[in-house]
Structures are given as C-alpha cells and as structure tokens.
Design a protein around this ligand. Structure first.
Ligand SMILES: [Zn+2]
Length: 137
C-alpha cells in the first residue's frame, strides 16, 4: 500500500495491516499518550468522549477504507465481512461503515454490503483449524 512505509512483520514495508489493524491502533494510541496497556481497548471505549481517541479511531478506519477501496476495485465483492477483534468491534465497524458510505463507487461496480464477522479474535484460529481438519486438502 505504501512502498516506503512502516516495516511490517511479513518483511515488506507499508502493508495495509500496518495502518488498519488492532496493532496499528495500539501503536498509534501509544504514540498519542494512551499508555502501554490495553491501548486499543481504551481508544474504543473512550472514542465518544475523547477527541484524541476519536481521531485515532477515524484515522485507522480511514486507512482501512483506503485498502478496502483497492480490494473492492479488483474483486468487486457483493459482501465484505470485517473480522478479528477490531473488525468486529461496534465502534470500529461504525467508523468504517460511515466513512465507506461516503466513498464514491464508480459503475459498473456496486457498493458491497459491510457486515461484522461473528468469531471476533477467534476467526484466525477457527480458520486455521478448519484448514487443518481431516478431509481438507
Ligand atoms: Zn506485511
């Protein structure tokens, strides 16, 4: 997403996840003085009353929508499911949904429906277990 961007744990730089994930929100919150413990949870819990928390949430949501636009332009999905701990958080989902609703969609594409996944932080583990299940190749 940003070739000269932040180093990513995958070895590349500027990956979408570096800017639009729970860990991205945690890093940004620490940089803005939220302390070292439960930073993303505190941002999500205080965004309604704290303008710094609101700004952090909106910034990470904006990065998410930027990436979603790229993915949507390539795949033209009818539905996008937000998963993981951050993606299923109501505050983050609302921030993404609000920002995405303002994005112009160029026909012939249509705006995909955004929904929240049901597994939260367990999504990765459940997916890995499903892939490892007998009968899967
Ligand atoms: Zn990466």
């Amino acid at each position: 997403m940003s070739p000269g961007g932040e180093p990513c744990s995958c070895g590349s730089r500027g990956c979408w996840e570096r800017y639009s994930s729970g860990s991205a929100l945690r890093r940004a919150a620490r940089d803005r003085g939220f302390g070292r413990e439960d930073t993303s949870h505190r941002v999500l819990a205080t965004h309604a009353d704290d303008p710094v928390a609101r700004d952090l949430l909106d910034t990470v949501a904006a990065h998410f929508v930027d990436g979603l636009e790229v993915v949507s332009a390539v795949l033209d999905p009818s539905t996008v499911v937000l998963g993981g701990g951050l993606g299923t958080d109501p505050a983050f989902f609302d921030a993404v949904h609000t920002r995405y609703a303002r994005q112009a969609i160029t026909p012939p594409r249509s705006r995909p429906q955004l929904t929240r996944g049901r597994l939260g932080n367990l999504a990765g583990a459940v997916g890995a277990a499903d892939l490892a299940a007998p009968g899967r190749t």
